[in-house]
Write a protein that binds this ligand. Sequence first.
Ligand code: PMP
Length: 394
Amino acid sequence: MRLADKYQHQEISGMTRMFQSVERMIKDGNAPLNLSIGEPDFITEPDIADAACAAAKQGFTHYPPLAGFKDLREAVCAYWARHHNFKADPDEVFITNGGLHAPILLFEALLNPGDEILIFEPYFSPYLSQILYSKAVPVVIKTQESNNFAPTIEDLERAVTPKTRGILLNLPCNPTGKILNLKQLEEIANFAERHDLFVISDEIYESLIFNNKNHICFANLNNMKERTILIGGLSKSHCMTGWRLGYVICDKNLVNTLCVVSVFHTYGVNTLSQKAAAYALNTQDEKVKQRSKIFADRMNKVAARLNSMKGVTCGEAEGAFYLFPSIKATGLTSEEFSWKLLSEAGVAVVPGSAFGESGEGYIRIACTQSLDILLNAMDRMQEFTNKLSGAQPL
Ligand code: PMP
């Protein structure tokens, strides 16, 4: 069958290439220790699944309201008020098919072809594809580990043009696991105000912040609520990736437009997933906290092990479940290191370059396996780096 021109030469992203290799190895009975996937290893709590079953039996089997069920939109608001002191009205919430579907709908509603969006590198790579798919222009702002992967205000000012419409933020960040401090966020907020930009703030990892750091909700900064579109979801906080449940919190007018867009996209989000999510948001705070502690423990232990390896240095765990150690001192590129690690040590990680050029020299490690598996992977990686250092000068 003849494909559309844009799909004639399908480029597979660095992340997908790694995922596909892992799948092939599993099929061949040669499963690696998989630290490549950004999905919690915990299954959804059984009482959340029970809530979906009960809703099905009560007859919640019809099309959902386009913006999402009111009880879920209320639960989203209550969750953000409780956890982050961010106040929103249920009419300012729109439910999406996972967090990932939100930007596509938002770009459709907000952007004209050729409009520019500022995005910080290393970035969550599907976002770059989504901007391009929307016929907008991604303006990539490089960041450096020496500045904790934060953009400088000078770089932002240099990048802005009359066509710039918005900024895409993702904190805690996938892939770096880093957050920005209040001062850095306030600088971005002032910049957004100065240039009249919207800010899409993907805060899907808000529940995973470690080592006495706190999540700062961008919309809570001075004057920011009106120009911020917050993206959240239950995939990470409530281990509900398969339920495909995300949301945006934004201006009511935009919610209305998203409803119009939804008519020709998906006509709402799975009714039973919404019922499960409303239950989850209202009942699982303790579990969310417990899992966050487990992730913190894993991240700190893995970071310490990484720092004991030759040629590897890893910054402090701050958020999400990702570590982004530098492997520059091994002399290998991110791709060389990751593929050699997979074939020689049976450990899968994602090359940092899959998240843009600023990711070159790094690898992304997802601490989404039990501590036993993670430490076993660290043993293998240690042996691998020892061999590397024997083979070439570090
Ligand atoms: N944003 C970021 C930064 C992510 O890492 C992910 C998932 N890896 C998503 C959004 C999408 O999450 P969901 O499963 O809810 O679509």
